[in-house]
Ligand binder design. Structure first.
Ligand code: GDP
Length: 298
């Protein structure tokens, strides 16, 4: 489904109203709160979160006349408060290799994100191995090889259609033999057959645990921010398929209204390890709660 046009900076200015002479103010009453709620819902924040954020802003302030900049400040504070606990980089463990399983629907940006992460870890002096675990999509494997070359990281592949778990096992063996710091395993994202995918992911986990009972150390779910509220149901689905430990949100450079991140943080509390802000190798940023909150309110 097409994403509606984004609510860009200015929405709160419109709510309060604009006048050339002085900074306009509007009384904080029920009608205004309702409009604010509606705006937050339109911005993908989800009904529950929008209601709570609005209630928090209203508390102790009903009847007061506030300006757009005051309202922006209050809203940014509320959003930052929800986002701060989840703004956490991917934790690195002394464990070698640290195994990072990467899951998500096709097209969400898994391959790209793995390439970007590999490049960042390489730059930090880590030895990285990638396993192209989506063995059913030849194009995905080729794409990952291209990213591996860009990042200067070896990509282990297996013949098309072969068992991803056996590739994961071989990759684990190689990563251990080479003393690699990190092993990132790409996985299939076919949600059409959930049972299959669940079994496939479970088998990958089972075989890598034969090598290291504590693996995988992270299970990253990659989500496309332009899918709006769908991101919420994807989290729900993937949490049933795998032990998701954190999120990467891609395509925040585009038309995505980042509001869905607030809904995600509020509902699931899963760490947001990074955000994708473009198609190039350096277009992966740490998630900063304050910057994000300020940008979102405009
Ligand atoms: P996968 O199927 O999950 O592996 O998805 P890909 O990594 O192949 O990405 C799907 C498409 O999204 C590609 O065209 C990527 O260039 C694009 N993409 C991935 N991440 C981002 C991002 O952060 N911003 C933008 N604008 N595009 C992205």
């Amino acid at each position: 489904p097409a994403t509606p046009a984004p609510e860009r900076p200015g929405m709160l200015d419109r709510l309060i109203g604009r006048r050339a002479d002085a900074e306009p103010r509007r009384e904080l009453d029920d009608a205004m709160l309702e409009e604010l709620e509606e705006m937050l819902i339109q911005a993908d924040m989800g009904v529950e979160t929008a209601l709570r954020v609005t209630a928090n802003i209203a508390e102790g302030r009903m009847g007061r006349r506030i300006s757009a900049s005051e309202l922006k400040g209050l809203l940014a504070d509320e959003i930052a408060r929800i986002m701060e606990p989840v703004a956490r980089p991917l934790p690195l463990y002394p464990k070698r290799p640290q195994v990072v399983l990467v899951v998500g629907v096709n097209g969400s940006g898994k391959t790209t994100t793995i390439g970007k992460l590999a490049s960042q870890f390489r730059a930090a002096g880590k030895n990285v191995v990638i396993a192209a675990g989506d063995t059913f999509r030849a194009a995905a494997v080729e794409q990952l090889q291209v990213w591996g070359q860009r990042a200067g990281v070896p990509v282990m592949t297996a013949p098309e259609g072969s068992d991803p778990a056996s590739l994961a096992f071989d990759a684990m063996t190689r990563a251990e033999a080479e003393g690699a710091d990190l092993l990132m395993i790409d996985t299939a994202g076919r949600l059409q057959n959930r049972q299959d995918l669940m079994e496939e992911l479970a088998k990958i986990v089972r075989v890598i645990r034969k090598k290291d009972a504590s693996a995988p150390h992270n299970t990253l779910l990659v989500l496309d921010a332009t899918t709006g509220q769908n991101a919420l149901s994807q989290v729900e689905t993937f949490r049933k398929l795998a032990d998701v430990s954190g999120l990467v949100m891609t395509k925040l450079d585009g038309t995505a209204r980042g509001g869905v991140l607030v809904a995600l943080a509020d509902r699931f509390g899963l760490p947001i390890h990074a955000i994708g802000v473009g198609e190039q190798i350096d277009d992966l940023d740490a998630f900063d709660a304050r910057d994000f909150a300020r940008a979102l309110v405009g």
